[in-house]
Ligand binder design. Sequence first.
Ligand code: TYC
Length: 117
Amino acid sequence: MADEPWDDNDDADGAGERPGRESGTATKTRTRTKKPALYRVLLLNDDYTPMEFVVYVLERCFNKSREEATRIMLHVHQNGVGLCGVYTYEVAETKVALVLDLARRAEHPLQCTMEKD
Ligand code: TYC
């Protein structure tokens, strides 16, 4: 599980510091902190979701100002896909679920995905 985002890679050499297992060789146990992997949350264009709803979603789920939300919405509308934000795995997953839930409740086909940064 050394590649999980929550593994800070303590004791990276696996040797540990348990008593009674000294080999006579001086070793230094490295305490390395690994930065968590980051994920891009992307919004996808479609022909049916109202622009105003997309702006609302960006304000509500991604804490964007009305101006920034409008800019991102128009970018997605014109380019097919756009960046909402970059987050750790669990936060990104939660944001995607929030967007999809809001869209489903409003019966809009709006799609949102995440990918490794
Ligand atoms: N293309 C949509 C329309 O013309 C607007 C839209 C923008 C939909 C961004 C989805 O992620 C989206 N009503």
